[in-house]
Design a protein around this ligand. Structure first.
Ligand code: GLC
Ligand code: MG
Length: 416
């Protein structure tokens, strides 16, 4: 990753469904807690990698439904597609590796003879992944018969069963684990092997992540039987792998703490943010803290007190200006005092604010230019703006906001 000039402090490689994303948590609280922790403490010097079974089509759909951060690297279709950055540039080198001993036509020809296999939707059939649904009680026998048949046809494939329903057939060299090994090798050649890697998963296709040398691993509390069984048979004495006591993203935060990989207190778990003393002050922490304060203010999670307004006034330079997307300019003192009108306007509603891709560059001895995306969701509706802000350091006691400029990326529905 060209973005980092030194090895990443931490690389998190996480599965999405039922690991980073909890489909049983309509409020997405553990995901939002992870997001705040990542942007406040890790984004600037660490790498976030999502590794999912989903194709790009279904991955994009999930991103629209859930408050997910933008990863540095996205590995899709069970380790068969690796892309970089926000614009998702495909790794062609990986495709070449996967072409070895793979013939998709033979796979579809042979699988067509198995009546127990129900093909998955067209979007999930990929150049190096052929996928089916299979009932749990038939999975083992089908897998065995399939691998014998495909071996006879001189193919070297990997068959993976996940979630008690999904069966994927991939080239032998593919899979989430192999994709991670490929990335590690690539980083090593550049002299940028991450100082620590934490892999996170819940189901069968995640198992091989846990067998990559030197990684820490967390199986979230809600992990599937097939993964727990794999662990019991293959890795139960490895102290670098834990079965978390918490679900999904909360289990990831738990593992960061367990293995001492860095800060593990999410700003969302700090009750009085304006009064808190964080482990380290950084522009990222300041941005996360301010937008979390706004969320809580509008949700009326604390009283409308002048002390908060006073404290914000101290954080916003009186001569500073807020430039809105329509070009309207407002002095910081008007913006801050205008906040009084917003206290509790989202009380009892599903209102959340989160920031993504917080990048700061130092532009003078004490001043930072910080650019980030700010998301707001109102239940199903959401909007996204890109914000550039100038912050001046106050030493150990945080930052003063000097200038803020907002631009819409996605307009709130019905507004212009
Ligand atoms: C995702 C994919 C599916 C795959 C499954 C398990 O759900 O959409 O194609 O079979 O992950 O890897
Ligand atoms: Mg999963």
């Amino acid at each position: 990753m060209a973005r980092l000039s030194a090895p990443a402090r931490l690389m998190i490689v996480s599965d999405l469904d039922h690991t980073m994303v909890d489909h049983h948590d309509p409020e997405n609280l553990s995901l939002l807690r992870f997001n705040a922790l990542w942007e406040a403490n890790y984004r600037h010097d660490s790498l976030l990698v999502f590794s999912t079974g989903r194709s790009k089509t279904l991955y994009k759909q999930l991103r629209k439904e859930k408050p997910m951060l933008t990863p540095d690297i996205t590995i899709m279709s069970v380790g068969t597609e690796i892309t970089y950055g926000d614009s998702m540039v495909l790794d062609d080198g990986w495709i070449e590796v996967l072409n070895q001993k793979w013939d998709r036509n033979i796979v579809t020809e042979e699988t067509g003879k198995f009546s127990q296999l129900t093909p998955q939707p067209e979007t999930e059939q990929r150049p190096h992944k052929v996928s089916f649904f299979v009932e749990k009680d038939k999975a083992q026998a089908v897998t065995k018969a399939l691998s014998e048949v495909l071996e006879k046809r001189r193919l070297d494939v990997k068959i993976i069963y996940s979630g008690g329903i999904d069966l994927d057939i991939l080239p032998q060299g593919a899979g989430k684990g192999q994709a991670l090994a490929y990335l590690h090798k690539k980083f090593k050649t550049e002299g940028k092997l991450p100082l620590n890697t934490l892999v996170c998963g819940d189901s069968g296709n995640d198992a091989e992540l846990f067998s990559i040398p030197d990684v820490h691993g967390v199986m979230v509390s809600n992990a599937q039987e097939e993964l727990l069984q794999w662990h019991a048979e293959n890795a139960k004495d490895n102290p670098k792998i834990i079965h978390a006591t918490k679900r999904c993203a909360a289990g990831i935060i738990e593992a960061i703490g367990h293995f001492h990989l860095g800060p593990n207190l999410s700003p969302r778990d700090v009750a009085d943010l304006l009064d808190s003393k964080p482990e380290s002050v950084s522009p990222g922490y300041e941005v996360v803290k301010f937008y979390l304060f706004l969320e809580r203010w509008r949700r009326a999670e604390f009283d409308n007190s002048e002390a908060y307004i006073k404290s914000l006034e101290a954080d916003f330079d009186p001569s500073g200006v807020m430039v809105y997307p329509n070009g309207f300019e407002q002095s910081f003192s008007d913006s801050v005092s205008g906040l009084r009108n917003y206290h509790g306007d989202q009380q009892g509603k599903r209102f959340r604010v989160w920031v993504d891709r917080v990048f700061a560059s130092q532009i003078s001895s004490d001043t930072w230019l910080v650019k980030f995306n700010k998301w707001e969701s109102y239940g199903e509706e959401r909007n996204n703006c890109v914000i550039s802000a100038i912050l001046r350091s106050k030493g150990n006691s945080g930052f003063t906001w000097i200038h803020v400029h907002k631009t819409w990326v996605e307009l709130p529905q019905g507004k212009d």
